[in-house]
Ligand binder design. Sequence first.
Ligand code: NAD
Length: 383
Amino acid sequence: MKKVRMGIIGAGLRSGIAEYWHKPEGSSEVVAVADISEERLLKFQEKIESPVFMTQDYKELLNRKDVDAVAVLSPDYLHEEHVIAALEAGKHVYSEKPLAITVEGCDRIIDTWQRSGKHLMVGFNMRYMSMYQTMKELVDSGAIGELKAIWVRHFVGLGGYFYYHDWHGKSENTTSLLLQKGSHDLDVIHWIAGKYTTKVAAFGGLDYFGGEMPNDLTCPKCDLKNTCPEYNPKTFTECAFREEIDVEDNNMLIMELEGGIKASYLQCHFTPDYSRNYTFIGTEGRIENDDVNGKVYLKTRKTNTWKEFSDVTYEMKKETGSHGGADPKITQDFVDLVLYDKQPLTTPFAGRMSVAVGCAATESIRAGGKVVMISQESSIVHN
Ligand SMILES: NC(=O)c1ccc[n+]([C@@H]2O[C@H](COP(=O)([O-])OP(=O)(O)OC[C@H]3O[C@@H](n4cnc5c(N)ncnc54)[C@H](O)[C@@H]3O)[C@@H](O)[C@H]2O)c1
């Protein structure tokens, strides 16, 4: 195979990533798209600017011989169905995060993948951001000694805009938003530490969004739209204060990782700003990022010996492409995986483990904060 012919399932917001695969003169090309919404299909076609096969039934896309690989960009609760169907149809698969909305769903995907002989990659694009690669290099190099503690704060200041006006707001569609933005952060914690979480306890609540507004109320029809801070006239129209919303908007997790490393993850969806703040503390120093200003700070402890290292500030280079330049890189890595068997930075098992932590933390929150153990064992038993 010289060129990967891609089919896209889900032509929503995330389908912007398809432009990086659509290089008719290069190593990949988008040839088909499936979405239940005709409007989204037409918009997608317009963006791609060349004729692609369009269908409202994703199975028709999977039946096509001219599709080598499929990108699953559908809502979270459909990933399991779409990824398994694509693998069973003999396609290589790129799946957006979270891999599925349950651990059992992830295990069924991994089981199907292992039997399929096809490639499967999870869309953890934060691993392709130079800021987190810099932090990983520093931890791996021993610059902060032995890693002992990780603190992550995530201000999801656009949380209302993205999550509470549509399908994300219902637990049956996502489990919780710890599997949304949270699945990236939980994965980066695992990736940089080189260890997985073994137990988690969490508190959280729905403290701002949700409420008593009718489920069918949309922003344009609302009497309060002129003063509502969550009013959104464009893509997301359902009311962010509607009754059916049942996913937390304010979460605090404490975790223990293999080797006794302690980690915390704080996520809030109603902050005024959008930012991720990571701190890794080791026996000899700590690193911290400032994603707003593109910096990583390394601070080292005094040693009281002849050997003293300076503190260092790393300035991130400006990168082109969405998600801080990560999307062009992750899409190319998927193509290289399919064409040349080059191993990408993400693994399906890592996808499973971040879902496992998100689900266990959600269970803990909804049971009042109990400690939940996390197993690396698959839930699938073959006789
Ligand atoms: N890695 C990242 O940076 C990143 C960023 C954004 C979204 N995502 C992930 O991408 C996925 C999609 O998110 P989004 O924001 O584009 O959501 P979205 O709601 O904008 O788009 C989902 C699309 O799937 C379509 N769809 C629904 N049911 C379908 C079906 N049965 N068959 C085919 N299409 C169907 C919808 O009509 C919609 O167009 C999510 O899982 C999300 O977690 C990842």
